[in-house]
Design a protein around this ligand. Structure first.
Ligand code: OAD
Length: 247
């Protein structure tokens, strides 16, 4: 572990441009469960993912999704960015990080202060009526969720948050590929790398790749310099100490 951390610090020091792909694992210490980790949503099945995140199911019956959304937005009031989110913001301010591609819909990167964030699976910031396309803000949607089982527009259409469901196109894909192609160092943080197209991004990287993820990530790529199978916040705490940053 010690050797890997020293090597990781050297890679960060040498790199002039870094990009990051994050997944649910970066937010678990903030209290948001991941999907496929030991306490993940797909393991505990607190919500049935086939129903909650499938666009065709949503058209058929949006109730399971809105039950999830209601819980998620209640949680959102209490959650704060993790040490890892703040570390990545610091690296962006230092000029090293050029962009973060996230599969997460919790917006914790932006709340931590990161600027160049591609929310590939969208977010709750905005919602739209499926019938007349009217836009609703985060606050309007939150209010509606508190009042209506299925939030509806005045035209009668169902309002859907702009998050990406299975069966829909991801956002910012070409920008994310361009970012992956041009950086010296690409960090894969807290994602099992099984959901495409996000999982394809490491394949575009011409520089070095470092993975920080508790469980093994199956990426058969020759340019993986390090795979640190350890807690994300603990790993970055050690890295920060070695870099001498104050976070
Ligand atoms: P996963 O749940 O598939 O992967 C999260 C990874 O983070 C797991 O491999 C965990 O072992 C790891 N992990 C969790 N907590 C950690 C910690 N504190 N330190 C280190 N590692 C930790 O989540 P994603 O890869 O983000 O899509 O899932 C991708 C997509 O699948 C999601 O965006 C979502 C889901 O279906 C949609 O809903 C469209």
């Amino acid at each position: 572990m010690d050797k890997s951390l020293t090597a990781f610090v050297e890679l960060i020091k040498q790199s002039e441009s870094i990009a990051v792909l994050t997944g649910a694992g970066i937010s678990t210490s903030a209290g948001i469960p991941d999907f496929r980790g030991p306490k993940g949503l797909y393991v505990t099945r607190q919500y049935d993912p086939e129903k909650v995140f499938d666009i065709n199911y949503f058209y058929h019956d949006p109730k399971p999704f809105f039950a999830f959304a209601r819980d998620f937005l209640t949680l959102e009031n209490k959650i704060r960015p993790t040490y890892a989110h703040r570390f990545l913001t610091h690296l962006e301010k230092e000029g090293k990080i050029k962009g973060i591609v996230t599969q997460n819909i919790d917006s914790l990167h932006q709340i931590a202060g990161s600027k160049n964030v591609y929310e590939m699976h969208g977010s709750f910031w905005q919602s739209h009526c499926l019938k007349c396309s009217k836009e609703f803000s985060f606050d309007q949607m939150k209010k509606k969720l508190g009042e209506e089982e299925i939030p509806k527009c005045s035209c009668g259409g169902v309002i859907k948050p702009d998050i990406v469901f299975f069966g829909e196109n991801v956002k910012y894909y070409s920008e994310s590929v361009a970012l992956a192609e041009r950086v010296d160092l690409f960090l894969v943080v807290g994602t099992s790398c099984v959901v495409y197209p996000a999982a394809s991004l490491p394949h575009y990287v011409r520089g070095q790749i470092v993975i920080v993820n508790q469980s093994k990530v199956s990426l058969p790529l020759a340019n993986i310099a390090l795979a640190i199978e350890h807690d994300i916040d603990e790993t970055f705490t050690s890295i920060v100490q070695r870099l001498g940053y104050k976070i």
